[in-house]
Structures are given as structure tokens and as C-alpha cells.
Design a protein around this ligand. Sequence first.
Ligand SMILES: *[C@@H]1O[C@H](CO)[C@@H](O)[C@H](O)[C@H]1NC(C)=O
Ligand SMILES: *[C@@H]1O[C@H](CO)[C@@H](O)[C@H](O)[C@H]1NC(C)=O
Ligand SMILES: *[C@@H]1O[C@H](CO)[C@@H](O)[C@H](O)[C@H]1NC(C)=O
Ligand SMILES: *[C@@H]1O[C@H](CO)[C@@H](O)[C@H](O)[C@H]1NC(C)=O
Ligand SMILES: *[C@@H]1O[C@H](CO)[C@@H](O)[C@H](O)[C@H]1NC(C)=O
Ligand SMILES: *[C@@H]1O[C@H](CO)[C@@H](O)[C@H](O)[C@H]1NC(C)=O
Length: 358
Amino acid sequence: MLLGFVWLSASIILSAVGVRGHRIRRQDQNQCPPFNNGTIVIDSYQLYPENADFDLNQCLLYFGALFNASVVVYDPYRAETVSTIELPGITRTKPFHVGGVAWDPYTNLITILADSSIPHETDDHEILGDDFLIRYDPAKNEIVWSLNLTEVSQGQYGGNQDVEHDSHGHIYVLGTYPGSILRAEADGSSIKPWYLPDVIDHTNYGITGFAATGDILLASDGKNNSGSGEIYRFNMTADKGTPVLVPKVPDEAIMSLDAVYLPPKYGGKVLLVSEHDRGVSVLRSADGKWESAEYLGRITDDPNFADGGFNTATVEVSGSIYAVDEWFSDPIVAGTSAGNRTKFPLVDITSQVEALLG
Ligand SMILES: *[C@@H]1O[C@H](CO)[C@@H](O)[C@H](O)[C@H]1NC(C)=O
Ligand SMILES: *[C@@H]1O[C@H](CO)[C@@H](O)[C@H](O)[C@H]1NC(C)=O
Ligand SMILES: *[C@@H]1O[C@H](CO)[C@@H](O)[C@H](O)[C@H]1NC(C)=O
Ligand SMILES: *[C@@H]1O[C@H](CO)[C@@H](O)[C@H](O)[C@H]1NC(C)=O
Ligand SMILES: *[C@@H]1O[C@H](CO)[C@@H](O)[C@H](O)[C@H]1NC(C)=O
Ligand SMILES: *[C@@H]1O[C@H](CO)[C@@H](O)[C@H](O)[C@H]1NC(C)=O
């Protein structure tokens, strides 16, 4: 299942500005300096970020650049791109997107999901093209291992778009058509289905995003667009994943779902749910067990919506919580993979979240 030699190295394009050495690794995580700069604008041609994560070890932001299928490493404190990770055979190659990107707090490695765009862009979510799960070592600037997910799914299900980690070294991959979760061993030696629905029907739009706290994995489920989605809980210490409904109180609708996120500052007790054109719903579990969730409200005042943006994810940068927005329908610049946009605002929603928490 390990891929051939082309996967053994990633080519790193260091940007003209901001070339510098790595920060000293910190033993004590969560020690990044507070960041209170309000809404910031990332200046990066064709970034089109679908997903983002903040590496609390290096104090750097990782963006999955959807259409280029690259990963941009950004220093928010210096407001500059540190490097762009280009994946041989994937970056700027037609069928590929980079959907999920996540810092693994247990190993300080970065997990990257390169997925086929076809299930996301066809009406019946056709499962075509290959998806790859990639483990990347930011200290060595190299790919540690990479797995071809089609070898597991056999093209029966797909639309992979998110990744998570547990304390035992497992890496989880979420697919949407229909909802599925694969689980890989730490060393990349194997990957198996961990959760599959009873009926494998790729027309069914299932789970869309996940977030982990301790041994609890939370996932949003689009319920095939049937009015309102739901949040499910999985126990990551189990050999197989079993979804358990997390009832929302009150049971407000959540829809056009994408990523979900547990901002580190709330210790796994607050879940942000990205709803493409509706904003960010805020849910809370006061004891952090997620047996049920208080639905606290939805943040709707994202100025990017007026400019055709969609909220696809949220990310905390050392105290500040941001909405990450995507522009799906910008015309592709001829001869390239993406639209012509160069400015990507991260909208500061910290005070709106705080207001809903009361
Ligand atoms: C995307 O690719 C174009 C080349 O087609 C390049 O100029 C641009 O910098 C890339 N952007 C990102 C975020 O990878
Ligand atoms: C953040 O705000 C401080 C204080 O206003 C300013 O000096 C700094 O340049 C800002 N940094 C970024 C990355 O915008
Ligand atoms: C990925 O695996 C599938 C199924 O085995 C295979 O058809 C495809 O060629 C593989 N892709 C690559 C790039 O090796
Ligand atoms: C999901 O919804 C689509 C229409 O939006 C429908 O064609 C399809 O049959 C549904 N799939 C399932 C499994 O209900
Ligand atoms: C999770 O699963 C483990 C092992 O299967 C079990 O011991 C534990 O009680 C479960 N936790 C919860 C909260 O159900
Ligand atoms: C970007 O593309 C849009 C739509 O094609 C066009 O209206 C706009 O003028 C372009 N902007 C630049 C700076 O080329």
C-alpha cells in the first residue's frame, strides 16, 4: 500500500519573502504568543483555502489550497508565507484538491488529505479518481508516508475531506459520499474502514467534518440534505466506530455543512459548525462529554458572504477564532488550476463566539 519513490520527497518552494529556519520545537505546547489582530487578510495568489489548522508547536498556520492542491504554511505573527508544500503528482494536477490539513498534537506531524475533486463536483457524487493520505514532517520538510485510499475503498465510496488523530497514533479519514471513516496505523503500515454505513450509496451525502477531544470524535452529518444535519459522537478507543447521536438542545437546524472545530481555548467543550452560506453555529457540552449539546446560536455576519464566499472551516490562532472562507465558483485562470484571487480574509469571530457563550 505504500507508494513508490515519487512520494519519498516533497518539493518545498520557499517563498521569496519569509525564508527562515524553523522555530525551536517547544516541549510545552499551547505556548504560542497571544494573537489579537482581528480580521487578517492572507495575501497569496490562488490560495483558495478549504481547510486550515494552527500548529501549536511551531505557531504556524497550515492551509489546504483547494484548487492548486498544495499546502501553504503561514506565519500569522509576521503576516507572511513561510513555505508552500507542493506534492509531486498531485499539486496542480487536474483531478486533485487538498481538502483536509491538520496538525497532529501527539506527534507534531502534519496530516494532508489530497482528494479527487470529482465526487465533490458531480451532482450524483460520482466516485472517480484517487485520494491520498499523506503524513508530512515539518521539521525535516519531507513526506513520511503516503497511502492510496482507493486501494481500501475500491472506488465504492469517497469524497474524503477531513482528517483527525487520536492518542494511540491512529489517523482518521472522513469521506462524505456516503459517510465513511477510515483509520490508519501510526506508521502507515495499514488502513482499514473503521465506520461504514449499512448501505453504500454514493448519492447519499453523509458526514462532512470531524473534530477530536481526548478519545471522543465528533462528526457533522449532512443527512443527505434532508432539512437538518446532526452531530454524532464516536469512541476512538473502540476497534470499530459506532455513531451515537448528540442531541442538540434546542434542536435548531444545521445545514450546508462542512468542517467542525473545537477551538483549543475552550478545552473541547465548544464545537463550531461551518455552514457554507449560513455562517457558524456554536454548540457546547459543559462537561465536555458530548452526550448532548446546547445549541447556542449561529454567527451570520461574515462580510465575505456578500462577495460570494462560503464558510468552509474555522480555526483558532492563539486566542482569536477565525472563519475560513472559500470561493468555489471563481472562473479558473487559463493555464492554471484556480481563480485569480490574491486576498483571502480570515474573519475574526472571537467576540461573536464569546457573546453566544454568555
Ligand atoms: C498556485 O499555482 C500558481 C501557478 O499556476 C502559482 O502561481 C501560485 O502561487 C500557486 N498558489 C498556491 C497557493 O499554491
Ligand atoms: C498585529 O497588530 C500589531 C499591533 O497593532 C501590529 O503591530 C502588527 O503588525 C499586526 N500583525 C499582523 C500580522 O497584522
Ligand atoms: C491507487 O489505487 C487504485 C486502486 O488500486 C489504482 O487503480 C490507482 O492506479 C492507484 N493510484 C496510484 C497513483 O498509484
Ligand atoms: C440523496 O439525495 C439525492 C437528491 O438530493 C437523491 O437523488 C438520492 O437518492 C438520495 N440518496 C439517498 C440514499 O437517500
Ligand atoms: C470507549 O470504548 C472503550 C473500549 O471499547 C470502553 O472501555 C470505554 O468505556 C468507552 N468509553 C465510553 C465513554 O463509552
Ligand atoms: C479576476 O477575474 C474576475 C472574473 O473573471 C474579473 O472580473 C476580474 O477583473 C479579475 N481580476 C483581476 C485582477 O484580474
